[in-house]
Each structure stands twice: as C-alpha cells, then as structure tokens.
Design a protein around this ligand. Structure first.
Ligand code: G3H
Ligand code: 13P
Ligand code: ZN
Length: 340
C-alpha cells in the first residue's frame, strides 16, 4: 500500500469514533518502533517529521526509511506528515519529498517563534491548502499558540502565557471557512516538551471544555491535540534512577485525551513520551553495563521501549484494530475528492 494522505485516516477515525497518534521521528529506530507497535495492534499510522527532524536525518534518508516501512508493512495505511511547517516553502518541499500530509503552522510567524496575526495565518494556510489539495496532499492548520519550545519550533510561552493564546472558537470557525484545512490544531493549555504542568492538570489549565465548544461549532472538522505526551511517572523514574535529572512534571493524562477523542479530536501528537522511553532505556544499559559499546546493545532496548509507549497509545486512542478496515486512497485519487 503506498503512503496515504492523512485525510483518509482521519475520516475513518471520525466515522468510527477513535483518534490516531501523530508520532514524531528522527531516525530509523523510531520509525521501526512505530511500525512494530502498529503491526502488533493493526493500527493506521501517522509518522511525522518536524523541520528539525528533516534537517537532522536528511530528507533522502527519511523518504527511503518511510518507503521501507511501506514495503515491509503492505497491509498498514501509513501517512507521512510534516509537523509544524513554518512556511509555505517548507510545506512545498515536504510535498516534493513525498510527504502525504503537511502542517502549515501559521499561528507563529515564519521564524517559528513569534505569534503571528490571524490574517497572515489564514492567507499562508490557504495558499498551502490550494497547492497541496491540487496534488491530493492533506493539510493541518493551527489557530492559537502552544506553550513550550522544542529544538526549533515554538513561541517559548510559559504555561501562564500560553493561556493567553488559547484558541478562540469564533476564530477557529472563521479559519476553517477561510482556509479549507483538513484538520485543525487547537491550543487548549498544553505545551511541547516534558514540562507541561506542575501538578496533575485540572480544567483550569487543561481546557478540555474548549475542545468541546470548538467541536460543537465545527462538528465536521478533525481536531488535533499537540503537546499531548502524558509524561508517565514511570518513564521519569527510570531516567532518574539511572543518572538522569528530570524535574518532577506532569503531562496530559490519557483519560483527558480520550475525552477529547469523544469530542472531535482525531490526531494526538506525541513525541516527548517516545524521547523519554528511549532515553530511559539507554541510560539503563549504560548504567548497568558500562562495558558495553555496541550501539545495538542500547538501541535495541531503546526501540523496544518506544514501541511499548506507541502500542499503549494506539490502544488507548482506539486506532488499534482499524488498519485493515481502511480503504486506502492514494494522493492521486484524493485529487478528485478535493475537486468536489
Ligand atoms: O513540535 C514539536 C515536536 O516535538 C518536534 O520537536 O522540533 O525538536 O523536532 P523538534
Ligand atoms: P509532546 O512534546 O507533548 O510530545 O508534543 C509533540 C507535538 O505536539 C509534536 O507536534
Ligand atoms: Zn506540536
């Protein structure tokens, strides 16, 4: 089965009331971990690469690794998605590299740091939608800005500042009408990275009611939750038990994500949990077997640890068991769908 556009997967998820993890990758082992989890659970797959990931791994390596995933897993529908494209050019270069879905994140300006204006966001996203849909590629947009920062992308907003950039439901409605996006990322108090909340989040900081309101207004729009790692205590503990220094922190509880899925959330972005799982596994090998130096000795357990996290999310989000039920559509076929 060739790589499929994200719209095909999200439409099936919406029709059947489940969500799909958008899982970030930077290298072969992470792609393999996701495919191991998806094979075991019969899950549709969204693999996503940030701009930083594309730079780190190189587009050619990434493309061929994804094609290997497709070749080795012919029964699984797999989407390759650009995460947080900072400009139309980034999205177009991803499409040229074979990505079947792109996020045009115009909620921030092109530097990927400063929150932008609504007009800029709508205009640049509309431009990407026009060109992407012409070749059958799906588009995710974003209204509102998340907190936190990763290597490259993010306004660096504190949790308190991020609360001032929550998605405005009026603007969300307007944005979907103005742009024609396939999926809409919303800011509801989450942030990228491990340090999301200083205690288990309650409704004052994690605004699940906002998701419900946006879904009421946009029942046919696929919603996306970013910054949705759960930052499990056991992964923090493993890292710290083997020489790490993760300060006590709290992520987005899986049950809150499940509440989102009941209210229109179809894609749930998870990167940090994979990073934590990998780091914990590697630290454990280094600490317990300091004489080892074959990368396979620590990359294999790291890959297995990430696969476990992916598997748990695939089951919790309800995507497990659905791969075989999806009628795959190529980007070429989606061109006609978008013309209608
Ligand atoms: O958007 C954030 C993702 O976790 C990707 O992070 O930009 O460090 O690759 P990155
Ligand atoms: P986390 O940092 O919570 O894993 O979020 C990842 C993300 O939103 C990628 O776009
Ligand atoms: Zn994100």
């Amino acid at each position: 089965m060739p790589l499929v556009p994200m719209r095909v997967l999200l439409d099936h998820a919406a029709e059947n009331g489940y969500g799909i993890a958008g899982l970030n990758v930077n290298n072969m082992e992470q792609i393999q971990a996701i495919m191991m989890a998806a094979t075991e659970t019969d899950s549709p797959v969204i693999v996503q690469a940030s701009r930083g990931a594309r730079k780190y791994s190189n587009d050619a390596y990434l493309r061929h690794l994804m094609l290997a995933a497709v070749e080795l897993n012919p029964s699984l529908p797999i989407c390759m998605h650009q995460d947080h494209g900072n400009s139309a050019e980034t999205c177009f270069s991803a499409i040229a590299q074979g990505f079947t879905s792109v996020m045009m994140d115009g909620s921030l300006s092109e530097d990927g740091k400063v929150p932008s204006t609504y007009d800029y966001n709508a205009q640049v996203t509309r431009k990407v939608v026009e060109q992407a849909h012409a070749v059958g590629v799906s588009v995710e947009g974003e209204v509102g800005a998340l907190g936190g920062i990763e290597d490259g992308h993010g306004a660096g907003l504190s949790q308190a500042e991020a609360m001032e950039h929550l998605t405005d439901p009026d603007q969300a409605e307007q944005f979907v009408a103005d742009t024609g996006v396939d999926a809409l990322a919303v800011a509801i108090g989450t942030s990228h990275g491990a340090y999301k909340f200083s205690r288990k989040p309650t409704g004052d900081v994690l605004k699940m009611d906002l998701i419900e309101e946006i879904h009421r207004r946009l029942p046919n729009t696929h919603l996306v939750m970013h910054g949705s790692s759960s930052v499990p205590q056991e992964l923090q503990d493993i890292i710290n038990a083997f020489g790490g220094a993760i300060k006590q922190t709290y992520g987005v509880p899986v049950e809150e994500i499940q509440r989102g899925i009941k209210n229109g959330v179809r894609k749930v972005n998870v990167d940090t949990d994979s990073r934590l799982a990998i780091t914990g596994a590697i630290r454990k090998v280094f600490a317990e077997s300091p004489g080892k130096f074959d990368p396979r000795d620590y990359l294999k357990p790291a890959r297995e640890a990430m696969a476990e996290v992916c598997k748990a999310r695939m089951i919790a989000f309800g995507q497990a068991g659905n791969a075989g039920k999806i009628k795959p559509l190529t980007c070429k076929k989606m061109v006609d769908f978008y013309k209608k």
